[in-house]
Design a protein around this ligand. Structure first.
Ligand code: 7PJ
Length: 276
């Protein structure tokens, strides 16, 4: 499997790691650490050296209960970091945003992938991505971040998530985004109970059946808090177990905070699944 990005093709024959870079003052696991662009850059650079193929820059916290930020605020947080990373050319740049104006700015400043937890449903988002050659990640979410964990409900979580992703995939194709540019993601923890998350991971092969690369974001998530009764900074071992299982079930991109450790786990799991 391959992913087409501006100026290059990314080989996903073995899975890769996407490192998380939160440039928010309130992110649940590392809020406030990387608001300063030079700090953010240094951290991103370290993630590339530790084995990340992509760094995902987020300027709006999507943790349950987080409050929204303005377009201006999000641009102020993200653009300096994208510019700096593009200049340095150390690795691929992903921008985690749902706002069309932020997508536009990210694309102009050299982003390779737009990672949208809202699956490009905002007015204008599809058109902006279609007019460029960035890759896109379409994620499933039930509800909105502020309230999504209140009472998530599904009759058949795998069928509903797969159906939604299939429909967004079709919308992208219809808008002129080539299949080779599209990644899908079941959205672990986004309007899902622990049981929903476990069922989705058990049946991740059905999401892979959509025929495009699958991204899995499980790192440090609250499902680990519930399973292990551990705070967010004590979930590394659990995160590695989930990353390993996601690779076993066919995920191509593993989104993670602890890049060095996750890169090792992914390489070991991939050797078993895909051979040397
Ligand atoms: C995800 C994400 C995820 C994708 C976040 C966190 C919350 N983007 N952005 N998939 N999670 N595509 O890092 O725990 O799972 S923010």
């Amino acid at each position: 499997m391959h992913l087409s990005l501006p100026g290059q093709t990314l080989d996903l024959g073995t899975p890769i790691v996407m490192g998380v870079l939160n440039v928010t003052p309130d992110s649940f696991s590392d809020g406030g650490r990387f608001v300063e662009p030079e700090h953010a850059f240094a951290y991103a650079d370290q993630m590339f050296r530790h084995g990340a193929a992509l760094v995902d820059i987020g300027g709006e916290s999507t943790r349950p209960g987080a409050s929204p930020v303005s377009v201006e605020e999000e641009l102020d947080r993200i653009v300096p970091v994208v510019k700096r990373l593009y200049q340095a050319n150390r690795g691929l740049i992903s921008v985690d945003t749902s706002k069309p104006q932020v997508m536009q700015a990210a694309i102009e400043h050299g982003a390779h992938l737009i990672n949208d937890v809202n699956a490009l449903q905002a007015d204008g988002a599809l058109e902006i991505c279609a007019a460029s050659d960035v890759a896109v990640c379409l994620m499933h979410m039930q509800g909105q971040p502020r309230t999504m964990q209140n009472e998530p409900h599904y009759d058949d979580v795998v069928a509903e998530v797969a159906g939604f992703l299939q429909q967004r995939l079709q919308a992208c194709l219809a808008a002129g985004i080539a299949r080779e540019r599209i990644v899908v993601d079941p959205g672990f923890g986004f309007g899902k109970t622990l049981e929903h998350n476990l069922i989705l991971l058990q049946h991740l092969d059905q999401i892979c059946g959509l025929g495009v690369p699958v991204l899995a974001g499980l790192s440090r998530k609250s499902m680990l808090g519930l399973l292990l009764d551990r705070p967010v900074d004590e979930r590394l071992a659990g995160s590695l177990a989930l990353a390993t299982l996601a690779v076993c079930r066919g995920a191509s991109i593993i989104r993670a905070h602890d890049v060095a450790e996750t890169a090792d786990a992914v390489r070991v799991a991939a050797a078993v699944v895909y051979g040397l």
